[in-house]
Design a protein. Sequence first.
Length: 169
Amino acid sequence: MIRIFAAVFIASAFALGGRLLAQKDAKRVSVIREILLMINVMETRLRYSEMPVNRLLALLEENGFSQLGFLSECRKRLSDGEAFGTAWGKSIEQSRAFCVLLPEEARRLTAMGTDIGVTDIEGQLSCCRYYKALFEKSLTEREEQSARSSRMFPPLGMLLGVSAAIFLI
């Protein structure tokens, strides 16, 4: 009886593990979409309002970019007198969950922060366009990966679980 219970428990754990891996890929896609939305808002506000970065961050934070928690930390650092590029980079580095989930995108966002707020409007707009193209490419790749993993990981987890259960019994 204990063996059967253990086998069912192990099979369920593998099946849930497969689902968890698929959900992690879906979360990556969702965060990159939010990054692209943030860049679009930044580009629009810079183009039409020539908004300074501290007001731009306040606007982004008010618009509920919930998956980009580093925005509020950056705004706090700015209010403490840090330069935007430094505050932006440190805020992203301190957002461990974001850096673990999307390490390459975290590096790109950090690099983007060095160009925003230090050049003229045209330079900032070209920076936004450049990083938007990079993140769109990344989004396409992650969407393909997410589609593959959502089809592959749950059944694979179930198969591994059943195999482990058979091996136990």
